[in-house]
Design a binder for this molecule. Structure first.
Ligand SMILES: [Fe+2]
Length: 300
């Protein structure tokens, strides 16, 4: 087994065991380089969020999204056509815009053609492929396909605006596997934006500082470039603490990628109309996937 395969197998087995995994950025950099990320593209990923422009519902956030499909038959991940986005209370998501159809700016080639980003897709697939998870209602677990919504998000705190990386408090993302990868921050305090992982008994919508300590399974903080957290999204809820500015006279920013991956939805799901498997006609992207073979998975 080569070192890349054994490294990913090790992360996979801890994810399978703990239902969450935190991979330090330094290790992620090595992994994505081994999966084809160039140094130039790693540098570009640091600043890609500067090109974000708006968010449909949150004033302290700028966001782009894109839909990607993992197709194990073709062993490819490809960009899927634009569809609006919705999270509802059925997804364990309680917020003023829950159930609202949201239209985000689209992720463009500057991000989707970045070899480091493409390597993150391949990495995520290698980690979760073949893993059994608690089923969400109304998802099609007979399908072999996966739909991944990628969000590129910048949260900003200024004198007038408090940036909440998760305004919704305790929640889930409505998917099977959530992966968050940190790109960087400016002027952020040491204690900002801590992620808490809660048992499913925690109440949706509770603010991170009002949660039951007995129901906190783990905490993690994204501090270094490419720090990455994986969560089995229907087995653990999460919340994130506020973004505070170290120098209150200057804005604080925090940039993140979120890869929200689930089976396609079935009939009766609120996103049934927004789950097209068709490729994107004007922003195509296709990347070959890899997988760990059966023996490596069990050995890991
Ligand atoms: Fe989330």
């Amino acid at each position: 087994m080569d070192s890349l395969t054994s490294e990913i197998a090790e992360i996979r087995s801890s994810y399978v065991r703990d239902r969450l995994a935190f991979v330090p950025g330094e290790r992620m950099v090595r992994i994505v380089q081994a999966l084809g990320a160039t140094d130039e593209d790693l540098d570009r990923l640091v600043t890609v969020s500067d090109a974000l422009e708006s968010d449909p519902t949150l004033p302290f956030r700028k966001t782009r999204t894109g839909r990607f499909g993992f197709d194990p038959g073709a062993m490819e991940v490809r960009r899927l056509e634009f569809q609006p986005f919705m999270l509802s209370t059925e997804d364990d998501f309680v917020r003023h815009d829950a159930g609202q159809v949201r239209v985000f700016d689209e992720i463009r080639d500057d991000l989707q053609l970045n070899t480091a980003l493409q390597a993150l897709f391949v990495f995520k697939y290698m980690v979760f492929d073949g893993m059994a998870v608690e089923h969400r209602p109304k998802l099609d677990y007979d399908s072999d396909r996966w739909v991944c919504t990628l969000l590129n998000v910048r949260t900003t705190t200024t004198r007038d605006l408090i940036g909440e990386p998760a305004l919704e408090g305790v929640h889930s993302d409505g998917v099977d596997h959530t992966m968050t990868t940190y790109l960087g921050s400016t002027n952020m305090t040491e204690d900002s934006a801590v992620t808490f992982l809660h048992e499913m008994d925690e109440v949706n919508g509770v603010r991170w500082h009002e949660t039951d300590p007995d129901l906190v399974r783990a905490r993690a903080q994204h501090r270094d470039f490419l720090d990455t957290c994986l969560i089995v999204d229907h087995e653990l809820k999460h919340s994130v603490s506020t973004l505070h500015a170290a120098d209150p006279d200057r804005p604080a920013t925090r940039d993140l990628l979120a890869f929200l991956t689930r089976r396609p939805v079935g009939g009766g799901h609120h996103s049934y109309e927004f789950d097209s498997p068709a490729p994107h006609s004007t922003l195509p992207m296709t990347v070959a996937l890899s997988t760990l073979d059966e023996s490596t998975r069990t050995a890991g």
